[in-house]
Design a binder for this molecule. Structure first.
Ligand code: MG
Length: 377
């Protein structure tokens, strides 16, 4: 039985994590739940799973209470370090998970990381803290999760990593079509069903730049060992090439429940009737293309600034968050996303960061700078 603290229980990854917990009640005990402002859903999750602890950053009047039933309201730190917690799942959006992730690792808890901003901002720091405290970071994001699965049982070092990308909602569009992109259109991902921020990041391919950075830190490879290929079917979630040239790929229909279940039940693989099965004949073929970097300016921008040591990756995360938010609100166009992020990065300086707070401050600077740039347009 594994005790789980789930940060961000009402979002896309959070609700799917609870679907897995519901399927394996003899293996997974939900000890703690947290949500930002979906108070009604959080309340019903608490009623169902009866966790020991909860946290909600925007409590409604009705919930402004120390307890819901037997469930106690507490801080993130108390949640992630609780003695009954074995695994912390970070399924929040943005940088809110950074400090709780560090607190969990320092308390010797394994972390199933679905939040890539933390590792993009402070990957080197997180890996060091995990090593020092003898605990593991399990990637939930489907691409690094696939790499993790491919590496299982392998002792030789990696030659290359191939990270696959669907290409997002804009793949193959002409410039004329792209000019008409609305948030509603951009939110229609061809293969994955995800939250709004990550769906837009997939359309710009910023998400893929983040995954390259994530893979660099999680698997300790050099930048030039990582390649990104467009794979429109989203069936191969990533591939690992070993020194002898042999390549292992992880294949499954695009459904986040599988990587979530793998991280929750690791090292076990258990049957779950909710998971879709791969049918090679029905699918027919798997296609690959190189990334046309001119089509995806956010991809190059993300790699250029995200691969630096210091505060640039954090500024990038903050700037991207604010730019995507403005696009979703209709304040800027899809084309403006890379422009405002680039302006913010060019106005910033790359500082040395020694504490998590310094990374958070840099992300906040990036957010504010983008807002300022947009207001002056
Ligand atoms: Mg992914």
């Amino acid at each position: 039985m594994i005790g789980v603290a789930l940060l961000g229980s009402t979002g896309s990854i959070g609700t799917q994590t609870l679907d897995i917990a519901r399927r394996f009640p003899d293996r997974i005990k939900i000890v703690a739940l947290s949500a930002h402002n979906s108070t009604e859903l959080l309340k019903s999750q608490i009623d169902e799973f009866k966790p020991k602890l909860f946290n909600c950053s925007q409590l409604s009047e009705q919930m402004k209470t120390e307890m819901i039933g037997e469930t106690k309201n507490c801080s993130y730190e108390d949640m992630v370090t609780d003695e009954d917690v074995d695994l912390v799942v970070t399924a929040t959006v943005g940088d809110v998970a950074l400090i709780p992730t560090i607190q969990a690792l320092q308390a010797g808890k394994n972390v199933a990381l679905a939040n890539k901003e933390s590792v993009v901002m402070a990957g080197e720091m997180l890996m060091k803290i995990a090593t020092e405290n003898n605990c593991m970071i399990f990637p939930v994001d489907s691409e690094p999760n696939a790499i993790w699965q491919c590496l299982r049982g392998e002792e030789q070092s990696i030659s290359r990593l191939f990270i696959t990308a669907s290409g997002g909602a804009m793949r193959g569009m002409t410039d004329v079509q792209k000019k008409k992109i609305t948030p509603q259109l951009a939110l229609k991902h061809p293969t994955w069903s995800m939250g709004p921020k990550i769906t837009i990041d997939s359309a710009t391919l910023m998400n893929k730049a983040f995954e390259v950075i994530e893979a660099k830190w999680l698997f300790g490879v050099e930048w030039d060992q990582i390649e990104v290929v467009i794979h429109p079917e989203s069936m191969i979630h990533s591939m690992v090439e070993f020194q002898d040239g042999s390549v292992k790929a992880q294949i499954s229909p695009p459904d986040m429940k599988l990587p979530i279940q793998y991280a929750l039940l690791y090292p076990d693989r258990l049957d779950n009737p909710d998971l879709m099965r791969f049918d090679p004949v029905k699918l027919g073929s798997l296609n690959f293309e190189s990334v046309d970097v001119d089509q995806y300016p956010c991809f190059s921008l993300g790699l250029q600034y995200g691969s630096k040591f210091g505060t640039f990756p954090a500024v990038l995360c903050g700037a991207d968050e604010a730019a995507v938010e403005s696009f979703l609100k209709g304040t800027i166009s899809f084309y403006d996303i890379p422009t405002v992020i680039k302006e913010a990065l060019q106005a910033s300086s790359n500082e040395d960061a020694k504490t998590p707070q310094e990374y958070l401050n840099a992300a906040e600077w990036g957010r504010s700078k983008v807002k300022e740039i947009i207001n002056h347009k």
